[in-house]
Design a protein around this ligand. Structure first.
Ligand code: CA
Length: 227
């Protein structure tokens, strides 16, 4: 389904992931060193690059910047640190998405599908469905059941970002970095306001949420209200 370049120095992880992704129909090329990975990434015709941040010969974020400087290939970063600063830095350096180690092949594949969906990879549906909510990335339209939602551009991007990772709590800083491209933090209020507009359009309230669930000081997640 996709041509994947896996840059990961841990041989066990590399082989296991390459095998699992190949079983799922992907074409996988894998390397253990950053320099070789950067060279392949910028030369090759990969649909997506999976880059481990902890590599022996070069800092992974440096490798990320090197690839990004010359290529628009979608990059998913694998990080061992699950903290906001790290994730914001990853987006700032040009990553499209991230996974936190240890992660399963199924989880990586979900992130692969999300970045391929955004980049319009072959054979990947560009429509996301969560419950009654449908988000069409090509048409830039969202519907709730049969009802089209009249969303601003940022409201659309926000709901699309959340719908791509249903059930996952996403921090406001991550949203500012990924959707608003403000890695150094904008106002949380920006997100609060957009969320309240979205809620209104979805016909729900903060006190009686259906799709959008916020947790004070943690973030927001989009869920299927009737799974
Ligand atoms: Ca590593």
């Amino acid at each position: 389904m996709a041509a994947v370049l896996l840059i990961e120095d841990d041989q066990r992880i590399r082989q296991a992931l390459a095998t699992r992704l190949a079983e799922r129909g992907h074409h996988v090329d894998s390397v253990g060193r950053a320099l070789e990975g950067v060279t392949k990434a910028v030369e090759g015709s990969f649909d997506v690059v999976v880059l481990d941040l902890g590599l022996p010969d070069m800092d992974g974020s440096e490798a990320l910047r090197m690839i990004r400087a010359v290529s628009a290939v979608p990059i998913i970063v694998a990080t061992a640190r699950d903290d906001e600063d790290e994730i914001v830095a990853i987006f700032d350096a040009g990553a499209d998405d991230y996974v936190v180690k240890p992660y399963s092949a199924a989880h990586l594949e979900a992130r692969l599908r999300a970045v391929l969906r955004r980049s319009g990879g072959d054979g990947v549906s560009r429509t996301i469905t969560v419950g009654e909510l449908t988000v069409d990335l090509d048409a830039h339209e969202a519907r709730l059941g049969d009802r089209p939602l009249d969303l601003s551009s940022k409201e659309f991007e926000l709901i699309a970002y959340l719908a791509e990772r249903p059930g996952t709590m996403v921090s406001k800083r991550e949203l500012l970095a990924a959707v608003w491209k403000q890695p150094y933090g904008g106002a949380d209020k920006t997100i609060d306001v957009h969320l309240s507009w979205l809620r209104k359009k979805l016909g729900e309230t903060a006190s009686q949420p259906r799709y959008l669930h916020t947790k004070r000081g943690v973030g927001v997640k989009l869920v299927d209200p009737d799974p």
